[in-house]
Design a binder for this molecule. Structure first.
Ligand SMILES: [Zn+2]
Length: 184
């Protein structure tokens, strides 16, 4: 794990026009040096269609609210498909470089310009970026593989989550559903 200063512009908030400042769920202030949080953004070609920042406590409790079966399957799937969880080969080749860590899908051999839709996740600590398993990118194809692994209960939970936080305009909601957004 390595911690480097600065949050890449692409992972900052489009809506807030700058850094994410508060947890989406509990509104904890995120820009303190001792606060761990996750930023997730979903992109089409160059457009952001989804963004959130959530403190690590809320993130974990959300994850724990997913069904045990889904969690088990997701963990199994990642363990099988992500060869080196420590990102050793990326570190050896490129060092700690956000662009390099996210230009290829972490699960499939697909580059960011080869996928219509992608989801990027980063782990932050205050105004710093943490390199552990994150940052990573998931391509359309990788997300499509994940969705069938989820139980009905978990899919319902994701729907509730989307409804609660994102008043998506219907056409976007349809688009998101079609894309089978997965909260990872
Ligand atoms: Zn929170």
């Amino acid at each position: 794990m390595k911690i480097l200063p600065g949050i890449p512009k692409i992972m900052q908030s489009v809506e807030k026009r700058g850094l994410f400042e508060y947890c989406l769920e509990c509104e904890k202030h995120l820009l303190n040096d001792n606060v761990h949080y996750i930023i997730e953004k979903a992109f089409t070609d160059k457009e952001v269609i989804f963004e959130l920042a959530m403190c690590s406590e809320c993130y974990m409790s959300y994850y724990e609210s997913l069904s045990l079966i889904s969690r088990g399957k997701l963990e199994e799937h990642f363990a099988e498909n992500i060869g080196d969880l420590g990102r050793i080969s990326v570190i050896e080749r490129y060092g700690y470089d956000f662009e390099k860590w996210t230009e290829n899908c972490i699960v499939k051999d697909i580059q960011e310009n080869e996928t219509e839709f992608r989801q990027v996740c980063v782990h932050c600590l205050g105004e710093n970026l943490v390199y552990d398993i994150m940052p990573f990118m998931l391509s359309d194809a990788a997300l499509e593989d994940l969705y069938p692994l989820l139980s009905k209960q978990t899919k319902d939970e994701i729907e509730r989550f989307k409804d609660r936080f994102f008043g998506f305009p219907p056409e976007l909601a349809i688009d998101i559903d079609k894309r089978e957004f997965v909260f990872v």
